[in-house]
Ligand binder design. Structure first.
Ligand SMILES: [Zn+2]
Length: 71
């Protein structure tokens, strides 16, 4: 595990003003389309943020991030 390369990005929703861009992103683990605001967690891996829909996807990602990122 390369945990040193993973860091959890805490959502700072209360700091954000009502943003008009409802960005829909794809969960790289399950391929589900999720709304940015509804993501379970945001994980930065090698300076790229990945948003995951649920704790299950999070642990999958943490187990083997290389499998899911574009190189
Ligand atoms: Zn997912």
């Amino acid at each position: 595990m390369n945990n040193e390369e993973i860091r959890i990005v805490k959502e700072v929703n209360n700091m954000k003003q009502h943003s008009k861009n409802k960005q829909v992103i794809i969960d790289p683990i399950c391929g589900k389309r999720i709304n940015r605001n509804k993501a379970h967690i945001t994980i930065a891996y090698k300076n790229i943020d990945y948003m995951l829909c649920c704790p299950k996807c999070q642990s999958e990602f943490e187990k083997d991030p290389e499998k899911y990122v574009d190189n």
